[in-house]
Design a protein around this ligand. Structure first.
Ligand code: ADP
Ligand code: MG
Length: 704
């Protein structure tokens, strides 16, 4: 439970108190062990079992002191959530007694049954074994009395069955290529290049009692129907508004829980939609940021529960109200702390900055379809292109100034900017980019914001691993091309200048600084030849394209088999989600909506009879209502029938797996949407006391 009062003194002590972090390691481990472990963390060297034994024992002592009784290998299977299987530390010591024990072997490796996790065909059920392997680069932590060891998860044959393994591989790929570029620019001090991420997380908070009355929220995470409330977000009075007491208490408790777990929870505020909020942490290494974002989503749910609330992480919990996304702020940095996407102080640094910048431009243009698929899900399909989130078209926002500089470089003219600062590749100006000049465009899917890029297409329920795997790998590939060519350069400066110029010239179609929500942009993007993959099914084929396979295999991020398995998991997951939505809808309509409509109709019909028997009263209201509800009920029956038929047909043999997914999109999902329209209209007609579910107004304004 929350500490009574958080102060300047206790917050620093609280922070990371449940994490076996560097400080704890240093104080708890023998010097030699600490040194070897640190080397393993920074250089990826192998850890011998005797060292692991010492670390495990120290970890266990620390965890037991903090009240832990169990440990678990904590991993990220191909769902968007984490997995854990708890084992206690107890070990029989004779005489019916026990001692608390934890061995190096248990720390380093686990063998959970892999057969019940999605594997996309990688692991046959008879080959159930899977391994979890300790990720030394992410600290162990205690959650709910259990010592959690962050791990990677792979099959018996060594194929990755999780999101962490390829993420680590993609970071390695980018490291390798970026270091080559840095060496060419004369940097001999950086040993590693890492990517950094700060993910902004949106979510909804609603009353738990109301949540429990909505099977659609419970089973699918979103409301499958609900008439528009009298007040939605049109007054724009929620964004950055004062926090309601219950929300504020939740946020305080959440901060505290996250701080204990070493998560840099920093910014919290109300979002655009009623009942919608956001949390942003301070950025950190991508791998840690990914672990922390998973922890954040989980803790949000558990803290909400404690406060009598339900936290909704679905991308579109309410139709007609903004959904939730996740902004993936991403940059590249050296281990010496230099942000490579920050314009530098010297001409040399600025040339380097421009080279990294055009590498990202080329990567985003060349691999736009892969970035698109990394942000695709049934849930996110509701948002992208719906004028509340970026369209399904990938483009980049650079801001006017930076675009003008690149234009000048391309045309060989001089850029006459406001602030002079030299760069040795033809232009004489390169300004610093104060954040406010570059961060104005909120409609762009991929925006440069002064010293980082903000990939804004992600859905709120996503693991950020997927999009970052793609981002890291596509940039690694372009840096490889650049390094291959520049390592052969006869005149380095001249060749860098030419590379920046040519790359921008060839890929500037991806740059768009205008309003991404406008129809004109859709037309314009079409003219520029940019992809517009409107939904998950359209985006899927890019995943297994020749381009994709070449890219991921070349950088050892995913094998061809792993790509196919991930594609299949995504495709199948999409079908399953729509299937669950369809079944939930049928169940709610038949079990609750239909009886409610009948009951109200019966009341109206009885009234009509009574009035008739009593004399000739005016019965226009009840007869009109009864007529309207009867007609709508007939329509309801028809639409329900269509949906049930579609569900049955979805079970039949389809031409191909992708055709099966298309069927879910075109037939099942469409039938869900059509049925919804009728139910929503009925909701406005049937007396409130008969309506079986909390309304949108109740759900959205329930937390005070
Ligand atoms: P916004 O205007 O989008 O709210 P903020 O300045 O609040 O932007 O930053 C959003 C996120 O970007 C924060 O999580 C922040 O830590 C992160 N961020 C800042 N610098 C970097 C960086 N170099 N790499 C990755 N993320 C960063
Ligand atoms: Mg942002």
């Amino acid at each position: 439970m929350a500490t009574d009062c958080l102060t300047q003194e206790n917050v620093p002590n609280l922070f990371g108190s449940m994490v076996f972090n560097d400080d704890t390691m240093r104080t708890r481990l023998p010097k030699d062990t600490y040194r070897i472990l640190k080397k393993s963390i920074s250089q990826g060297t192998h850890l011998e079992l005797d060292v692991a034994n010492v670390v495990a024992n120290a970890m266990k002592d620390w965890a037991v002191e903090k009240g832990a009784t169990h440990f678990t290998h904590w991993f990220q299977p191909m769902t968007n959530i984490t997995a854990e299987k708890h084992d206690s530390f107890i070990s029989p010591s004779g005489n019916g007694k026990i001692i608390m024990e934890f061995s190096g072997k248990e720390l380093v490796r686990g063998e959970p049954d892999a057969s019940s996790f999605p594997s996309g065909g990688l692991r046959a059920t008879f080959e159930a074994r899977g391994y979890t392997v300790w990720d030394v680069t992410s600290y162990a932590f205690i959650k709910d009395g259990t010592l959690c060891i962050p791990t990677a998860f792979c099959s018996y044959g060594g194929e990755a069955l999780d999101k962490k393994t390829p993420l680590l591989r993609s970071m390695e790929a980018l490291d390798k290529q970026a270091i080559r570029i840095l060496r060419l620019f004369g940097n001999t001090t950086a040993q590693r290049v890492i990517t950094t991420v700060g993910p902004e997380q949106e979510y909804f908070l609603i009353d738990k009692e109301m949540y429990l009355k909505r099977p659609d929220l419970i089973y699918t995470g979103r409301t499958l129907f609900g008439a528009r409330p009298p007040k939605g977000q049109e007054l724009e009075d929620h964004y950055f508004g004062t926090l309601k007491p219950k929300v504020s208490a939740f946020m305080k408790d959440l901060d505290e829980e996250l701080w204990k777990l070493g998560v840099y929870a920093k910014t919290k505020h109300n979002e655009v939609a009623p009942a919608q909020h956001e949390l942003a942490p301070i950025f950190t290494t991508t791998n840690i940021a990914t672990d922390h974002n998973q922890i954040t989503m989980e803790i949000m749910k558990s803290v909400a529960d404690r406060h009598g609330l339900a936290c909704l992480l679905h991308e579109k919990p309410f139709a007609g109200i903004n959904g939730s996304g996740k902004h993936n702020n991403w940059s590249i940095s050296t281990d010496t702390g230099i942000n490579l996407l920050e314009p530098g102080e010297t001409p040399n640094e600025n040339a380097q900055f421009l080279l990294f910048l055009v590498a990202v431009i080329k990567a985003v243009d060349k691999y736009q379809d892969l970035l698109r698929i990394s942000a695709a899900s049934a849930g996110n399909d509701h948002r992208l292109g719906a004028n509340e989130a970026p369209p399904a078209i990938i483009s980049m926002f650079l801001g006017e100034e930076l675009t003008a500089i690149l234009d000048a470089i391309e045309s060989g003219t001089e850029y006459r900017g406001k602030e002079k600062c030299q760069v040795e590749i033809g232009v004489t100006t390169l300004p610093r980019f104060p954040k406010d000049t570059t961060d104005r465009n909120r409609t762009s899917p991929f925006a440069f914001t002064g010293n980082k890029f903000e990939f804004r297409m992600l859905g709120s329920a996503f693991s950020i691993a997927g999009p970052n795997i793609v981002l890291n790998t596509v940039v690694a590939e372009i840096l490889r091309e650049f390094a291959d060519s520049l390592e052969k350069a006869s005149d380095f400066k001249k060749d860098v200048a030419k590379l920046v110029k040519d790359t921008f010239h060839n890929h500037k179609r991806i740059v768009f600084n205008g309003n991404n929500y406008s129809d004109d942009w859709v037309t314009e993007a079409g003219k520029r030849g940019l992809s517009n993959l409107k939904n998950t099914v359209d985006a899927l084929p890019a995943y297994i394209s020749k381009n994709s396979i070449e890219l991921f295999t070349q950088h050892n991020v995913l094998t061809e088999q792993e790509i196919h398995s991930r594609y299949e998991i995504l495709r199948e997951g999409y079908c399953k989600i729509i299937n669950i939505e369809a079944l939930t809808m049928v169940d709610m309509v038949k079990g609750e909506v239909v009886p409610a409509c009948l009951e109200y109709q019966s009341e109206l019909a009885n009234l009509l009879i009574q009035k008739k028997t009593c004399g000739s009263y005016d019965n226009s209201l009840e007869s009109h209502l009864l007529d309207k509800i009867s007609k709508l009920s007939a329509d309801l029956l028809k639409k329900l029938d269509v949906l049930e038929k579609a569900i049955l047909e979805s079970k039949e043999e389809h031409e191909s797996l992708i055709a099966h997914a298309s069927f879910y999109r075109d037939k099942v999902f469409t039938a869900i949407s059509d049925l919804r329209l009728v139910v929503d209209e009925l909701e406005t007609l049937v007396a409130r006391k008969y309506w079986p579910f909390p309304t949108y107004a109740e759900l959205l304004y329930s937390v005070i």
